[in-house]
Each structure stands twice: as C-alpha cells, then as structure tokens.
Design a protein around this ligand. Structure first.
Ligand SMILES: Nc1nc2c(ncn2[C@@H]2O[C@H](COP(=O)(O)OP(=O)(O)OP(=O)(O)O)[C@@H](O)[C@H]2O)c(=O)[nH]1
Ligand SMILES: [Mg+2]
Length: 312
C-alpha cells in the first residue's frame, strides 16, 4: 500500500473557474461614464444626459458573462469647480470607491486631456503602491475625425501614467464594449460571484424611478435649469404588476418652478409622460406617476438636506 497521500480532489470546476470583481468607472463630468456602464451591463441602470454632473450616486451595474461576473461602479464626475456641499459629497463618493476596487476605468474623451481630467488622474496616482491597476478608456472615438492624431495622443498618455491598458472606443458601439469586457476579465480575481447571475444593479426600482424622472427633467428643460434640482420619491406602491409612484421635483427658486411646470403645465406633463413610459418598459407593468414641484432654497448646500434626499 502506498503511503503517498493523494492530492485533494478538485473543487467543482465551475466554482473554481469563476471570477468576480469590482471595477470603478471614474473621470471628469460628461465623458460618458454612465453611457459606458449601461452599455457594459446591457441595460440602462444609470441615467445619462449632455449636462455635466448628471450622476450623483454610486451605482453598481452587474454583468455576468460565462464564468465571470463584472461589478461596475458608476461614480459622479469628479468636481473641481464648485465647493458646495453637494460637490463635497460627490467627491467623497468617488474617493471612497477607489480604495476598495480591483480595477479602475479612467474615462476620458479620445484625443482630449484637460485640466479637469488631470485632476482626476492625480487623485488616482496619489492612491499609492497598493492602488488597483488603471485602464485608460478613451471614449467617444466616433467623434474623433482626425484618427492620425490619436496615436501620438495615446503615446502622450503613456507618459502621464503607467496605465495597465489603453482602450480607445465608443460606448455607443456594441462591438467595442464587448471587446472591453474581454480586456478586463483577466484583471478580476478568481472567486465566487457576489450577485445572482441575472442581477443587473444593486439599486431598487424606487431609486431608479427617482433617477429616471431626474433624467427627463434634465434632458427636457435644457440648460436653463440649474443642476441643483433634484427628485424625491414621496410614495412608491406595488400592486402586482402595477406601480403607483408620487414624486416631487425639488428646485431652489420660484423661477425654476415655473420653468419645470412650463406653459400651462406642458413641461411637467412631458417629463411625467416620458418618465412613465420608460418606467413601464423597465418594470414590464403599468405605472401611475404623479409629479409635484416644490421650492426648497439652499438644499444643495445643506448637508442635512442632502442626507434626507439620499446622498451619502
Ligand atoms: N459621440 C459620443 N457621445 C457619447 C459617447 N458616450 C457618451 N456620449 C454622450 O456624452 C454625454 C455624457 O454622457 P454621460 O454618460 O451622462 O456622461 P458621464 O461621464 O456619466 O457624466 P456625469 O455623470 O455628469 O459625470 C451624453 O450626451 C452621451 O450621449 C460616445 O461614445 N460617443
Ligand atoms: Mg454619469
């Protein structure tokens, strides 16, 4: 009889081969972080608009492909201009996220690197020796008309920071987004998944409802409405497939209230209709949405109000 001990039997092959990890998406406002997140997840979990500072919360978007689960964290565009409490809160959210992830996607617009991008990069560089690897994502490639200038620009980026990967892409092109998933996979540790295979986000329908109303508000009112407007859900009831939602749009001045309501209520009605339609697509059921407009001056500069509105 042999005295040699036989090696431990292999654990179940699927569990052993599984990968899962946290990937933070950071960058200055408006570079397309949330658009990229939605494309990576394959469904809208984070609102987007051409207004800077659209994202205000940390949002997990989850995508499971084969044996790998990617958990992306969308973050607010890092603010360098204003110092109101809202911005301090947003910046804390970004910095808090960086400490705890396996990988960082630093998103910039392809061919552009400005002072506000540099400030975000310096934050990443300051994270020290055990900082996670950083992948440079040069987004909006579709908007770059002089492709020949891209190679020297990428070379310049190499000198700025030892990025783990350099990925020019367009968040709007599905093939680019699938390629990015393949590039990121090897950076995730081998471990079991954190979420169910079909999970898409850590956020509730109630939260998504307030975000979708805020997106329509931003998109439909254009540039006149200051970004300090927000949306609060007053009640959210589920009755089978039906959702009854009452929400308040909170603005800082009476003049803004007029803007949101519009001529004989036309603007508010449009915001409500578009939000309801999107919520019905998202939940697959009927939605009753009731919208109110309230004036609360100074809320964005008041830490207590921020907390009561769900900002961390
Ligand atoms: N042409 C082009 N536009 C894009 C692309 N990706 C995003 N955009 C647009 O860029 C704008 C900003 O996109 P967001 O995804 O909201 O940007 P963000 O970085 O999340 O912005 P904040 O949340 O404000 O920090 C939107 O109008 C998008 O449609 C892209 O690949 N190509
Ligand atoms: Mg965003």
């Amino acid at each position: 009889m042999s005295t040699e001990t036989s090696p431990e039997p292999d654990p179940a092959p699927e569990a052993d081969a599984r990968r899962c990890g946290w990937i933070a998406i950071v960058g200055r406002p408006n570079v397309g972080k949330s658009t990229l997140l939605n494309a990576l997840v394959g469904q809208k979990v984070s609102i987007t608009s051409n207004k800077a500072q659209t994202t205000r919360h940390r949002i997990h978007g989850i995508r499971t492909v084969g044996s790998t689960q990617f958990v992306f964290i969308d973050t607010p565009g890092f603010q360098t201009r204003h110092a109101a409490a809202l911005n301090r809160t947003l910046n804390r959210t970004v910095q808090g996220v960086l400490a705890d992830v396996d990988l960082v996607l630093f998103v910039v617009e392809a061919g552009r690197f400005g002072l506000d991008d540099a400030k975000v990069l310096s934050l990443l560089a300051a994270a020290g020796a055990d900082a996670p690897p950083v992948v440079l994502v040069a987004n909006k490639l579709d908007a770059v008309h002089r492709r020949a200038e891209l190679a020297p620009w990428l070379k310049g980026m190499q000198e700025r920071h030892p990025f783990a990967e350099y990925v020019p892409l367009s968040a709007r092109r599905d093939a680019d987004v699938q390629r990015l998933l393949g590039i990121l996979e090897p950076y995730l540790p081998q471990q079991d998944w954190f979420y169910d295979e079909d999970a898409l986000t850590d956020r509730s329908e109630r939260f998504l409802a307030s975000e979708i109303v805020r997106e329509k508000l931003f998109r439909l009112t254009g540039d006149e409405l200051p970004y300090t407007s927000t949306v609060v859900i007053d009640s959210f009831q589920e009755e089978g497939e039906l959702r009854r939602i009452a929400a308040s749009i909170v603005v800082e001045r009476d003049a803004h209230k007029g803007m949101v309501i519009g001529d004989r209520g036309a603007m508010l009605k449009r915001i409500g209709t578009e939000a309801r339609q999107e919520l019905e697509r998202l939940t697959g059921g009927k939605v009753f949405l009731e919208l109110w407009v309230k004036v609360r001056s100074g809320w964005a500069d008041d830490e207590e109000h921020l907390r009561s509105y769900g900002y961390e």
